[in-house]
Design a protein around this ligand. Sequence first.
Ligand code: FAD
Length: 477
Amino acid sequence: SPIIFWFRQDLRLRDHPGLSAAAATGRPLLPVYILDEDTPGHWRPGGASRWWLHYSLEALDTALRQCGARLLLRRGPALEVLRELCAESGAEALYCTRQYEPWAAQLERALYDDLGARGVEVKRFPGNLLFEPGSVLNQSGEPFKVFTPFWRHCLRQPEPPLPRPAPEALAGHRHSLATEKLGDWRLVPHKPDWASNWHQHWRPGPEGAGDRLQAFLANGVSDYDTGRNHPARECTSRLSPHLHYGEISPRMVWHAAQRAGREHPALADEVAKFLSELGWREFAHHLLHFFPNLPESPFKAQFDAFPWRWDEGALHAWQRGRTGYPVVDAGMRELWQTGYMHNRVRMVTASFLTKHLLLHWRHGEDWFWDTLVDADLANNASGWQWVAGSGADAAPYFRIFNPVTQGEKFDAGGDYVRRWVPELAALPDKYLHQPFAAPAPVLAGAGVVLGETYPQPIVDHREARQAALAAYEVARN
Ligand code: FAD
């Protein structure tokens, strides 16, 4: 009887422990992907993530066909779909790669119970993290709540194993089971097609991931430590959506980066910094595993009492990139137009939402969830809580980014703002990050009419900062 291989966020063939184990049995394989919009509840894939998924599944099916198998597509609650598929196909084994979202972990437990009781062998494999949760604990056997000791501890572990090649051939199970059509799932937008130019920015699938990694190691990594803070320089890897969907494994990234460091010893510090960012990904997933409420509730309980405001107009202005603070608006527009935002700007825009506007971080978390191609429950929740000050190892609350000085520091030449907020492009550098401070003739010379061609600031930085610190005092007491 066949083995069902259930693909989830592991849409690759290389360095795939579960798939290799299934192939090694020599039994026929039935690869399936299930579009499950029920089990994740609120955290079903958002719009940008669905776009990515469409093309990633196309790439996976092509790769599987080249190996002699074919991807079956089904839709519905995964537990029910898999139960039915076992009955239809006579499969007595189900293999999959582990996920760490609370709903996914719960589903895995339900599968063991439900299918196990029906005589189906359920096997779950690691593959999407360098270190499994539970394998990295402090001296008291507790999960780490601070990044630096967590990562130091990880680096003392045996090095993650070398990546494995893809199975040479897969014995595709011959069947006449019904499959759905990818196009019918409507994962890509039609009217309006807000992603019409996204192929200029992204190539979902393992080949696109491999090219990104190679290009990064050939160019970006040499200036990673400082360059990574400058959004116009594009010297980060942009691997995040590929890692989220498991088109490339973190072990592949780890070992390729280590190799680059060995070949070019001058790059050792840059490589170490880059690997520590992968470490943040690990940390976020470990946190989510041990603290499953992370996406919904503040990690630090004192923030339960934080006096958040509600202001729909302000939220809307933030979402659309119309706050009157150019670097914030540039970030929000980059996000809307490409499905991505640079990490530095994620921090600045998130700080603006939670501290300048005093809107709950969950509104920002939801918006990012819907608009990021790399939307990832662990990284997004931990990123938002980090900025809001409520997270494990969070930025201290009183660290309130000044959007003007952040822009001046990290986009000194103004290339980033000029690209995403073109209506300000003709302003001189001196006023680009604070058009509201520019004298009238300067604005006129640049064709800027505040309140018309570009918004007036929706809040005053100094007043907003005072209000945020006062709100924090309420939560603290
Ligand atoms: P690189 O600098 O090349 O880093 C390499 C990889 O390390 C990334 O691909 C990513 O997988 C991981 N990584 C880097 N920084 C972080 C970090 N701070 N936390 C966790 N992992 C990290 N990242 C997501 O993947 N999905 C999200 O939904 C997400 N939401 C975020 C929300 C906020 C408010 C903030 C501040 C950060 C968020 N991040 C998220 C983290 C980070 O911004 C992105 O991972 C990074 O910008 C992706 O670009 P890159 O691949 O070029 O990163």
